[in-house]
Design a protein around this ligand. Structure first.
Ligand SMILES: Nc1nc2c(ncn2[C@@H]2O[C@H](COP(=O)(O)OP(=O)(O)OP(=O)(O)O)[C@@H](O)[C@H]2O)c(=O)[nH]1
Length: 292
């Protein structure tokens, strides 16, 4: 059989479980996962290679109506990955109460085959799952519908089989040892951002960006320095916490994630910096990698 390769985009609302699925499919923790919506801000490629095929997955930010320029950039990345897709996986939460018209609108115009994934069935019952499947069947007539639990890796293999069956015949797009388009600095910054999303409430996570200012690689130890950027002095105080306690917690957990990811000891230094309104300023968004 000849070689197959293609781009598979995972699209859906915030919190549907896209990053959890991508990690389950790729078998690595490429995308950070938190209980808060809008955790993923960039399109991230995760690549699965075998001798016979190459699947290039795109995890994408959740579809929202953008309220500020950072979110506009996030939605450009969603559109880009829909345009590129050979196959689209539409991720939906079985318990989603709102209609998903904004997601469906974005998919219009795409000719790529569509599979719908009804996720989090571990938090549902047979009757509801059946109703959801019937709903999506009628609404979009997809090529396939899967009831899954990304978290418990339930039905993941059926999705993989479907994808491989539907991949176009094509030579590999990337070298076969290539697993992602992102570098170690990106993953390091994401592991810090993950802790900011987990440890703080309200607007702090959404007002935060993480910049790696120094990354010195060693055989047994990586030395990493990072700046956590917030929008206001009040946020800086919350981030640091009384006697620096909160920042210490972020640093400890982020360091542990990094040690596991890089399989090295990590020395991590964190600084907090205020850049007023960075999420709305094109020059900062560009500098932070959001505008292409
Ligand atoms: N119970 C249950 N929870 C899940 C499942 N899949 C994902 N989750 C949880 O849902 C939350 C959101 O998961 P993510 O994978 O970050 O969702 P996402 O769609 O990438 O979110 P955004 O980055 O906001 O677009 C996390 O707390 C996950 O653990 C599932 O199958 N069952």
């Amino acid at each position: 059989m000849s070689h197959r390769a293609g781009f598979v985009s995972i699209i859906g609302k915030p919190n549907a479980g896209k990053s959890t699925l991508m990690n389950a499919l790729v078998g690595e923790n490429m995308s950070i996962i938190t209980p808060k919506a809008q955790t993923t801000r960039h399109r991230i490629l995760g690549i699965v290679n075998t001798e016979d095929y190459q699947i290039v997955f795109s995890d994408t930010p959740g579809v929202i109506k953008p309220a500020y320029p950072l979110q506009e950039s996030m939605m450009h990345q969603v559109n880009g990955s829909i345009v590129d897709a050979d196959l689209i996986l539409l991720m939906t939460d079985v318990n989603e109460k709102h209609d998903e018209s904004d997601v469906i609108e974005r998919l219009q115009g795409s000719l790529a085959p569509l599979a719908i994934l009804v996720n989090k069935i571990d938090q549902s019952n047979e009757e509801t799952v059946k109703q959801k499947i019937a709903y999506w069947q009628e609404k979009l007539q997809p090529k396939a519908i899967f009831a899954i639990s990304a978290l418990h890796k339930h039905n993941i293999q059926s999705i993989m089989d479907f994808i491989v069956d539907n991949l176009p015949e094509h030579p590999a797009y990337y070298e076969k040892d290539f697993l992602t388009d992102r570098n170690d600095r990106f993953f390091a910054s994401e592991m810090i951002r993950e802790q900011v999303f987990k440890q703080y409430q309200k607007e702090i996570p959404y007002s935060t960006e993480v910049i790696i200012t120094s990354f010195k690689e060693g055989d047994t130890l990586h030395r990493i320095s990072a700046e956590i950027i917030v929008e206001r002095d009040s946020q800086k105080n919350i981030l640091i916490g009384k006697n620096g306690e909160m920042l210490k917690i972020v640093g400890t957990y982020a360091r542990k994630s990094m040690e596991e990811f890089f399989q090295r000891k990590i020395f991590l230094e964190l600084f907090v910096k205020v850049i007023p309104d960075w999420r709305s300023k094109k020059n900062y968004l560009k500098q932070f990698g959001y505008e292409d």
